[in-house]
Write a protein that binds this ligand. Structure first.
Ligand code: SF4
Length: 256
């Protein structure tokens, strides 16, 4: 019988997963920071990615430069990537194109997780998942709404997979709101203080957290609350599947 290599198969697989996620994370964030710098040089405008508005920019830089070698969020990154890819493939959606939109002295850019054709519109889709939260966070609604603004369509689609699969149709924010949001973003890092709770840099003792003054953020919380309230929601649970199945059978029977 052949003896096992010093590294057991399970350990080898775990190491491959971790290495691939760290590479992916460095690549994605590295390209992002590079693109931002090139855009800034070429257009003389401050380039801001949609993701950067809702995530902490200090954390983004740390991931891009490799400062964050032992990323403690590896399970979360892996989970997010697998879910995003799986939903895109299952629903036969393609990745969103890179888009740009000038807002005052800023150049907003980004590409959504997917695009969904509805009538003659192509709506951006933001795919989120969580192993611990049952509802999407405020930042998820805002990010989805910002993509709709960026793609110049009235709505974005937020898909959230937790214990249930929830789909929201989120209205786009207007230009005035984005202008105000960008000036707030410039002043506060991160915009959403929840980011600091699970931040790997904080756990490693390399950052003590951002500005926690909630008063400064009251406008932002009102904005996200209004987006949440204005978003139509569909929950795909067992009842929903049963209702849709019955509807499909009814339609089929009509045709026979
Ligand atoms: S602790 Fe907060 S401010 Fe510091 S890097 Fe993490 S998310 Fe950003």
């Amino acid at each position: 019988m052949q003896s096992l290599p010093p590294e057991s198969p399970a350990r080898l697989l775990a190491r491959l997963v971790v290495e691939s996620m760290l590479d992916k994370s460095r690549n994605v964030y590295g390209k992002y920071v590079l693109m931002k710098d090139v855009l800034q040089r070429e257009f003389g405008l401050e380039a801001v990615g949609v993701g950067e508005i809702v995530e902490c920019r200090r954390l983004i830089r740390a991931r891009a430069t490799g400062e964050l070698e032992a990323d403690q969020n590896i399970t979360m990154l892996f989970h997010g990537t697998v879910v995003e890819k799986g939903i895109r493939e299952e629903l036969n959606l393609r990745k969103g194109d890179l888009a740009f939109r000038r807002v005052g002295n800023y150049l907003l850019f980004g590409s959504s997780d997917a695009l969904l054709n509805i009538g003659d519109m192509q709506l951006p889709v933001e795919i989120k998942s969580s192993m611990s939260f049952t509802l999407p966070r405020d930042s998820h609604f805002l990010q989805c709404s910002l993509y709709a603004f960026l793609y110049r369509v009235p709505y974005g689609i937020l898909m959230f997979l937790s214990r249930k699969f929830r789909i929201y149709v989120v209205p786009a924010v207007d230009e005035q709101t984005v202008t105000r949001l960008l000036s707030m973003w410039k002043e506060l890092c991160p915009l959403f203080v929840e980011e600091c709770k699970h931040c790997p840099l904080r756990k490693l003792g390399r950052c003590s957290g951002g500005d926690r003054d909630l008063n400064k953020r009251s406008w932002l919380y009102n904005l996200t609350l209004s987006l949440r309230r204005a978003s139509a929601e569909v929950i795909i649970d067992r009842d929903f599947v049963r209702d849709v199945t019955q509807e499909v059978f009814r339609e089929r029977n009509k045709g026979t």
